[in-house]
Ligand binder design. Structure first.
Ligand code: NAD
Ligand code: MG
Ligand code: MG
Ligand code: MG
Ligand code: MG
Ligand code: MG
Length: 330
């Protein structure tokens, strides 16, 4: 079972003598910076000159400076720029300004785990990864609660890396809810697996296969869209609130019986075998290598498939139907 930590296990005072640089002011960045500041932590936001986020952060009352300057002035550097940009930013704007005993922190393990960023031995390296999007991390904090987070230590030069990670987790509100200890390896591999096999890749193909099956059999695309995509949210909300059992309780017994009879025919032994292969490709670095290479050549495969996917009939049908639902896209 996972090891859990709460506010009683964390000491926010460990941050009181330090300045924290939050690099990037996007989804996670704005939430970390504002939550830390309101927890009394000395925060500076690091951005590049001309970034649209610069005025936003300033207007929110935060100190903003260029990344290199922010790193120089601080002792903890949380890297919250997109994962595929981290390596270059690290090499040019962060690494040259790190000092012995500093801490380098992440909200996802990809770059450390796959060796894209190799920090010097004389600093701490930890992760605090909220289990929710940045906007939730911010909103829940302002309501006096917190979104749970994962913490991990990759390098413990000072002997205090884990305590620092817990203090940071407390500063962003996560320790109010609970913090789970993991490793960079576990977080990275499970995150990639989850999004590929289940959350993104799995769900989108399931929706498309269902939609195609119905429309090829002559059913109206609008009806197929509602049944296979739109209603997904109702089901996912129930799963989120109360797991499989709440969803099954809430749907009709006919739906529940159909679930038991058909689910295993759709996600069958072959699917499970393929999932194991997908996991191996994550574990042996093949996926990371392909994605990193793809980025060095301006994403030809990514862009081509993105375009193809937009040509699927679901796109057009969905646009029309969503226009009928005035409460969407507010
Ligand atoms: P984002 O795309 O929302 O924001 C990126 C920010 O970085 C923007 O403010 C952008 O202006 C800034 N930026 C880009 N290039 C920069 C540069 N060269 N110098 C300085 N700033 C630069 O990113 P995000 O989704 O918040 O992701 C940040 C990290 O958090 C990633 O490691 C991601 O895996 C992790 N994470 C994200 C979420 C999430 O909910 N989005 C959840 C958990 C972990
Ligand atoms: Mg410094
Ligand atoms: Mg994830
Ligand atoms: Mg991910
Ligand atoms: Mg129905
Ligand atoms: Mg029921």
């Amino acid at each position: 079972m996972a090891k859990m930590f709460y506010e009683k296990d964390a000491n926010l005072n460990l941050l009181s003598e330090k300045k924290v640089a939050v690099i990037g002011y996007g989804s996670q960045g704005h939430a970390h910076a504002l939550n830390l500041k309101e927890s009394g932590v000395d925060v500076v936001v690091g951005l590049y000159k001309g970034s649209k986020s610069w005025t936003k952060a300033k207007e929110a009352g935060l100190m903003v400076m260029e990344t290199s300057e922010a790193v120089k002035r601080s002792q903890i550097v949380m890297v919250l720029v997109p994962d595929e940009k981290q390596r270059q930013l690290y090499e040019t704007e962060i690494a040259p300004y790190l000092e012995e005993g500093d801490a380098l922190a992440f909200a996802h393990g990809f770059n450390i785990h796959f060796g894209q960023i190799v920090p010097p031995k004389n600093i701490d390296v930890f992760m605090v990864a909220p289990k929710g999007p940045g906007h939730l991390v911010r909103r829940v904090f302002t309501e006096g609660q917190g979104v749970p987070a994962l913490v991990a230590v990759q390098q413990d030069f000072t002997g205090k890396a884990k305590d620092l990670a817990l203090a940071y987790a407390m500063g962003i509100g996560a320790a109010r809810a609970g913090v789970i200890e993991t490793t960079f390896k576990e977080e990275t591999e499970t995150d990639l697996f989850g999004e590929q096999a289940v959350l993104c890749g799995g769900v989108t193909e399931l929706i498309k296969a269902g939609f195609d099956t119905l429309t090829e059999a002559g059913y109206q695309p609008e009806i197929a869209y509602f049944e296979c995509l739109h209603e997904m949210k109702l089901i996912v909300d129930l799963l989120y609130e109360g797991g499989l059992e709440k969803m099954r309780y809430s749907v009709s017994d006919t739906a529940e019986y159909g679930d038991y009879m058909v689910g295993k025919r759709i996600v069958n032994e072959d699917t499970r075998k393929e999932m194991k292969k997908v996991l191996q490709e994550i574990q042996n670095g093949e996926f990371a290598k392909n994605w990193l290479t793809e980025n060095t050549v301006n994403r030809p495969v990514f862009n081509a498939i993105k375009k193809q996917e937009l040509e699927h009939p679901l796109t057009k049908v969905g646009q029309n139907l969503r226009n009928m639902m005035s409460w969407l896209n507010k």
